[in-house]
Write a protein that binds this ligand. Structure first.
Ligand SMILES: [Cu+2]
Length: 223
């Protein structure tokens, strides 16, 4: 079945598939685009699956210089008009309290503060060992997705429930962007390949279930 999927994937995403490595946990990649309080796009995050968590590469501009809290919040929804309250609380699928210095912390979504330069630029690589791009506990692609949030102030790593970090000034919905999702994300691509490769519409059961899985994951990461 795996071979069938690989063949189908190649057909579905054409040139893109050929340029990417074979599917596998370590190859999982996700992207997120930050918007500010006005809804303007100000940067990106690229997330890649590592052996012990998710590596997050930040490239953002237009932020206030200085120290800022940076968290994974539990809902994949970034609405500027709500002050990004739409992103929910810190992602904490295992419970626990907020903060690296809290007795019963941290949340899975807790991460060290980031530092914005005087010109408003933020570039940083952060490894979060409490989350995963795969399924299961800590997945960034659970039923309601997840978001990356930058706050106006610093996280004190101790105060409940969110480190006294102030307003949410930037937010980015985490979106799956591996080969499988790419093929399912394009309406024309997901519709036409089964017709060309399976003229009788007798798609193998494996294809059908995978397709459902991708649609579900897509639905939990609204844009
Ligand atoms: Cu936060």
């Amino acid at each position: 079945m795996r071979m069938e999927l690989m063949i189908a994937g190649t057909v579905l995403s054409l040139a893109a598939a050929a340029a990417e490595p074979p599917a596998g946990d370590r190859d999982a990649v996700a992207h997120a685009t930050f918007v500010d309080a006005k809804g303007e796009r100000i940067g990106t995050a690229t997330l890649s699956q590592a052996a012990n968590g998710v590596l997050i590469a930040l490239d953002v501009k237009g932020l206030p210089p200085g120290e800022h809290a940076f968290h994974v919040h539990g809902t994949g929804r970034c609405e500027p008009k709500t002050g990004f309250k739409s992103a929910g609380d810190h992602y904490a699928p295992r419970g626990r309290q907020h903060g690296f210095h809290a007795a019963r912390g941290p949340h899975a979504g807790d991460m060290p503060n980031v530092f914005v330069q005087q010109d408003g630029t933020l570039r940083a690589h952060v490894l979060n060992t409490g989350v995963t791009l795969d399924s299961g506990t800590g997945s960034l692609f659970d039923s309601d997705g997840s978001a990356l949030v930058i706050h106006g102030g610093a996280d004190d790593y101790r105060s409940q429930p969110s480190g006294n970090a102030g307003d949410r000034i930037a937010c980015a919905v985490v979106e799956k962007h591996d080969r499988l999702r790419t093929s399912a994300a394009e309406p024309s691509a997901s519709g036409s390949p089964p017709e060309s490769s399976e003229p009788d519409a007798a798609a193998p059961a494996g294809d059908t279930s995978r397709d459902r899985g991708e649609r579900t994951r897509e639905a939990v990461a609204p844009r």
